[in-house]
Design a protein around this ligand. Structure first.
Ligand code: RIB
Ligand code: CA
Length: 309
């Protein structure tokens, strides 16, 4: 079966980095765009270049938005470390970005590449810029998937997940203009936790990519333990890649979803209307369940396969 043609918009970020590694193996990755999110745009862009270098990925990387539409930039350095890759040392970067116009690259790729799967795993600023530049963007894509939001709960506030919380106005544009799409939210990513056993499998393989992934996972698992008291770390963004390449591993339902912009306690919330009578002409496919064991195995096996090719 032909490999999925994917464009990954990301804010590396520990889990973004693992998502990039598995996308390198599982997909025909046509390009990477970076956005301000987990850390600042300089770091997320540097990290994308470094991960692509380790994965021997020869794909165009375009730098994107340096700040959200309205919010002052926030980060998730408390999770991902000051550089965005924890305490992991990456090789000196030899590559450079092709442009600073991530949105333009997304628009042009959708126009020129058939059946392109656009996957966004950071704040949605670049996607909102792209659909504002080309209102027909969604119709030109084979599919659109985000890691973001939640039907229930949040991780950055009681009600809001980081990618939405970081730029709610951009998310609102995307939810109003890019349906139908798949929302890979915390409801499902919190079911896919990688821990010491997966780290040890990667370290034992001892390839450049598997050692990098093991180091990233080591840091993520330690922080997850400190912050959540959990034995494993949710590799959120890898789930969004798998939702495209391995859809059978997930189950979800279609709903109207709105992004809350003005709530005192709920700004950045994805309000999923799960009432049976709720109707909409812009359905969002909200994932609810994952075959966690199978997803975890695909993630590990994909990282291990990178070094053997
Ligand atoms: O809430 C999880 C999301 O926020 C992931 O994409 C992670 O990388 C951070 O960006
Ligand atoms: Ca991310």
């Amino acid at each position: 079966m032909a490999r999925v043609r994917m464009l990954l918009d990301c804010d590396p970020g520990l889990d973004d980095a693992i998502a990039l590694l598995i996308a390198a193996h599982l997909t025909d990755l046509v390009g990477i765009t970076t956005v301000n999110g987990n850390v600042g745009i300089d770091h997320t862009t540097h990290n994308a270049l470094a991960i692509a270098q380790v994965a021997q990925l020869d794909v165009p990387i375009h730098r994107g938005a340096a700040r959200p539409y309205v919010n002052e930039p926030i980060d998730a350095a408390y999770v991902h470390g000051a550089t965005g890759l924890g305490s992991v040392e990456v090789p000196d970067v030899t590559g450079t970005v092709v442009s600073d116009d991530a949105a333009g690259f997304i628009v042009e790729s959708a126009r020129s590449i058939a059946d392109l799967e656009l996957v966004a795993v950071g704040p949605l600023t670049n996607i909102a810029d792209a659909v504002t530049a080309d209102p027909d963007l969604r119709g030109r894509l084979g599919g659109f998937t985000i890691m973001g939001g939640a039907a229930v709960g949040g991780n950055t506030t009681a009600t809001s997940e980081f990618n939405i919380w970081a730029d709610p106005e951009a998310a609102d544009v995307v939810f109003r203009t890019m349906a139908p799409f798949t929302m890979v939210g915390l409801d499902v990513t919190h079911q896919v936790l990688l821990g010491p056993a997966e780290r040890d499998r990667m370290r034992a393989a001892a390839t450049p990519a598997s050692l990098l992934a093991a180091d990233l996972l080591d840091y993520a698992v330690a922080r997850a333990g400190e912050l959540r008291g959990s034995a494993g770390a949710p590799i959120h963004d890898a789930c969004a890649v798998l939702a495209v390449t391995h859809p059978h591993l997930f189950a979800g339902t279609d709903h109207p979803v709105e992004v809350e912009l003005t709530g005192t306690h709920t700004r950045g919330m994805t309000v999923v209307d799960a009432r049976p009578m709720a109707e909409t002409d812009r359905p969002i496919h909200v994932l609810r369940d994952a075959d966690s064991a199978a997803a975890i195995d695909v993630i590990v096996e994909s990282v291990l396969a990178l070094g053997s090719s």
